[in-house]
Structure formats: C-alpha cells, structure tokens
Design a protein around this ligand. Structure first.
Ligand code: IMP
Ligand code: MG
Length: 170
C-alpha cells in the first residue's frame, strides 16, 4: 500500500515534549498514574513518560473491538484491565488515536467506576472525521480531519507499526 509522511519524527518529538511539559506543570506535587491503551500507544507512551519531569507510574489496558480493520464496530470489550490500584489517584489515560470515540468512552467508564481522584485524557492524534461519542481530550498532540494513519505504533492489520514517522495510507 502506498503511504506518505504526514507527521515527521521531528514534529512528533517536539509535540511530545510540549505535552510532557504541560502535564509536568499540571501535576506538580502529585504522582499521576499514566495508563496506556495497548498496543498502538507504546512508542508515544514511552516517549511521553520519559519527557515528563515529575514522578509518574505506569499501567496498561487493552481493548478489542469487533469490526473491520479500518472501522471499529462499536462492540468493545477489555482484554486486559489495569492492575495498579487507581482509587483516589490522579490518572492520565494515554491513547494513540481517537476516531469514533467508542473505545475511549468505554475505557473511561471502566476507569471511572474504580474511583480515581481525577481522570484526564491525553491523545496523540484526534481524528475529527467520524466522532460518534464526544470525549473531551485534555492533552491533544495533533488534530487531523481525515485519513487512515500508520507508523509510530499505529497499524493497519498489524503492519507498519515500526515506522518512525506517522504516515497516511493512500
Ligand atoms: P475509535 O473507537 O473509533 O475511537 O477507535 C480507536 C482505535 O481505533 C484506536 O485506538 C486505534 O487502535 C484504531 N484506529 C482508529 N483510527 C486509526 C488510524 O487512522 N490508524 C490506526 N489505527 C486507528
Ligand atoms: Mg489503539
């Protein structure tokens, strides 16, 4: 499949640093739990966590949605839940890309039920094209209007995750 670079690695690096600075100053004196949504988030998560200058903790959650490769079906189940206690703690949920918002809203509901002190959302990419459920993103890396993106952890049918730049499939 043909692809074209949309967000080069230098731009990703710069933006991740800015997001990290914002999170670091918002949580001074706290130790937020960063919860990444597997698998696509791994590179973003690792870069973000290392760029944040205050202490943080990490955990991960994984959701599966039944649907085609390019579209989530709306039926979502957790295949891996968080293991760290989040009750009474500040939580930042870290996601790679938000499309319809269905995955995220399902995970937000699950996490809210565990009683965190606060819950904010950090997403590398906000895809505005097909939002079905409104989700408020507190820390957003990039907004794009349309297109299917791969690279920097994002996949198409488990391919292209290894690409260092974010590309759009043609
Ligand atoms: P949503 O539930 O429709 O918001 O979809 C969110 C999930 O679908 C993301 O966590 C990604 O795994 C996947 N996804 C949505 N858009 C893209 C894309 O452009 N490239 C790669 N994965 C995507
Ligand atoms: Mg994902």
């Amino acid at each position: 499949m043909e692809r074209e670079i949309l967000i080069p690695r230098e731009a990703i690096k710069k933006r991740v640093k800015e997001l990290a600075e914002q999170i670091s100053s918002d949580y001074v004196g706290k130790e937020p739990v960063l919860i990444g949504i597997l698998n696509g988030v791994v590179f973003f998560f690792a870069d973000l966590m290392r760029a944040i200058s205050i202490p943080t903790k990490m955990d991960f959650i994984r959701a599966a949605s039944y649907g085609s490769e390019m579209e989530s079906s709306g039926s979502i189940r957790l295949t891996k839940d968080v293991e760290m206690p989040v009750q009474g703690r500040p939580v930042v949920l870290v996601e790679d890309i938000i499309d319809t918002g269905l995955t995220l809203s399902h995970i937000v509901k699950n996490l809210q039920s565990k009683g965190p002190e606060s819950l904010r959302i950090c997403a590398l990419i906000d895809k505005l094209e097909r939002r079905d459920i409104e989700v408020s993103i507190d820390y957003c890396g990039f907004k794009i209007s349309e297109g299917f993106l791969v690279g920097y952890g994002l996949d198409y049918d488990e391919k292209y995750r290894y690409l260092p730049d974010i590309c759009v499939l043609k």
